[in-house]
Design a protein around this ligand. Structure first.
Ligand code: ADP
Ligand code: MG
Length: 174
């Protein structure tokens, strides 16, 4: 059975972009937990947060993670998915967990280049570069803890996908 592949990492690290390339290459289904929960809630992440608060959003995120988990699926997770121990544990038990790692400055640059509509509310209202620095400092240990493999997300998407596939081949061989 082909275990699901979970992509974790901060906003902008390429979970959606690389997930789509990886799924296409492997012939897997692609799922995005943010996308899934926006569809089930019938509103945007920003609206869920504004209406129900972050805590409710996090609970919906845990539900979404469980709902999209299936064999032969690449799952792009929300940047904060690793905050809950229960999510970290679930992903490690159920599949392969890959951390797409990139420096805060690069992530902030990528996010600032996205159209306004694709942008998420910042957690703190700080400038995005500062917030990203802070978020990574707090979350890096959690990404590290949850991941089976850490991959350099600064390479072109096809190369990142290839590195992930190589890591998984190693996992199967061992
Ligand atoms: P995430 O889903 O992790 O938030 P996205 O896949 O939406 O990240 O990517 C955020 C932005 O960065 C997008 O504009 C995307 O085109 C760009 N991007 C993603 N991965 C790479 C990469 N490996 N190299 C260059 N740009 C990238
Ligand atoms: Mg995404």
């Amino acid at each position: 059975m082909s275990l699901p592949i979970y992509l974790i990492g901060a906003r902008g690290c390429g979970k959606t972009t690389i997930g789509q390339v990886l799924a296409r290459t492997l012939g897997y289904t692609f799922c995005d937990t943010d996308h899934y929960l926006q569809q089930t809630a019938e509103c945007s992440v920003a609206e869920i947060v504004a209406r129900e608060g972050w805590e409710s959003f996090r609970a919906r995120e845990t539900e979404a993670l469980r709902a999209v988990t299936a064999p032969a699926t690449v799952i792009a997770t929300g940047g904060g998915m690793v905050l809950a121990e229960v999510n970290r544990h679930f992903m490690r038990e159920r599949g392969h967990v890959i951390w797409l790692s990139a420096p805060a400055e690069a992530l902030a640059n990528r996010l600032q280049q996205q159209p306004e509509t694709a942008q998420r509310p910042t957690l703190t209202g700080q400038p995005i570069a500062e917030e990203m620095d802070e978020v990574l400092r707090l979350r890096a240990p959690l990404y590290q803890q949850a991941a089976h493999y850490r991959v350099d997300a600064m390479q072109p998407p096809e190369q990142v996908a290839e590195e992930i596939i190589r890591s998984l081949a190693l996992a199967r061989a061992s």
